[in-house]
Ligand binder design. Structure first.
Ligand SMILES: C[S@@+](CC[C@H](N)C(=O)[O-])C[C@H]1O[C@@H](n2cnc3c(N)ncnc32)[C@H](O)[C@@H]1O
Length: 236
């Protein structure tokens, strides 16, 4: 697909902060034809260094809570100020996805890019941890890295050039995720692979940071043929 909105974010400050295959393009594809109205209160779950949160606020007009465990909210606040995001529209929060510090039914929607596979692999996670903070009828838009077919019993050597079996255990195929979501009370509206794949990886592998350099080994050896990105849209 053509990532029309993402083009504006092909700038050094964003490239410095991305943590994997182009999260802005992943988010643009995730939200194509989305049903979240402008002005909605949205959590960016696993927002990292905040690039996906800035995109949600500026491009879609949501009021965004950037919720993340590993990043520092004051660093994210500085970045949001630098990007000119109004403080009342974009709020950084230190938060563990398994123990979210929000009122019940607070959010109109939750968006999550390249994070859900860290904490969402427990069949009880959705009902116990995430759905309570979402309003009835609210939407979940998730995109995360996956595998075309689960191959954890016989991992291809190409993948092991960059990642350990423990790291690869975070990635699964669509059948796995369908089973996972079917164990919650949320309604699964859509489950599909992204169209973008090579382009998103290329944007990441061109970055200079040590993680991108490490990922080049597998991708240059052809490991990409086993991997995809999975989009899931659910409704409470
Ligand atoms: C690969 S980064 C993605 C960040 C951002 N969405 C992006 O695409 O640039 C994964 C993020 O998941 C977050 N994460 C992992 N486990 C988490 C948890 N239990 N609660 C909240 N965030 C978590 C980490 O803090 C990390 O920033």
């Amino acid at each position: 697909m053509e990532y029309v909105k993402s083009k504006k974010y092909d700038i050094p400050i964003i490239k410095e902060k991305i943590m994997g295959p182009n999260p802005i393009k992943l988010e643009e594809e995730l939200l194509r034809d989305n049903r979240i109205p402008a002005g909605a209160v949205v959590m960016d779950l696993g927002s990292g260094q905040g690039v996906t949160s800035v995109f949600l606020a500026r491009e879609y007009g949501f009021r965004v809570y950037a919720a993340d465990l590993w990043s520092d909210p004051s660093d994210n606040q500085r970045f949001f100020d630098e990007m000119g995001a109004p403080r009342e529209q974009l709020i950084p929060v230190k938060a563990d996805a398994t123990n979210l510090p929000f009122e019940k039914a607070f959010f109109d929607a939750v968006v999550s890019v390249d994070s859900y596979n860290y904490f969402g692999r427990d069949p009880k996670y959705l009902d116990d941890c995430l759905l309570p903070v979402l309003k009835p009828g609210g939407y979940l838009y998730l995109v995360f890295p996956g595998m075309k077919r689960d191959c954890h019993d016989d991992l291809p050597p190409e993948l092991l050039l960059s990642w350990t079996p423990e790291q690869l255990a975070y990635m699964h195929d669509m059948a796995y995720w369908r089973r996972m979501f079917s164990q919650s009370t949320a309604k699964l509206l859509s489950l599909r692979e992204t169209e973008g794949n090579e382009e998103l990886w290329r944007d990441w592998l061109e970055c200079d940071n040590e993680y991108a350099v490490n990922d080049r080994k597998s991708m240059e050896a052809g490991g990409g043929k086993y991997l995809n990105f999975i989009i899931a849209v659910l409704q409470k």
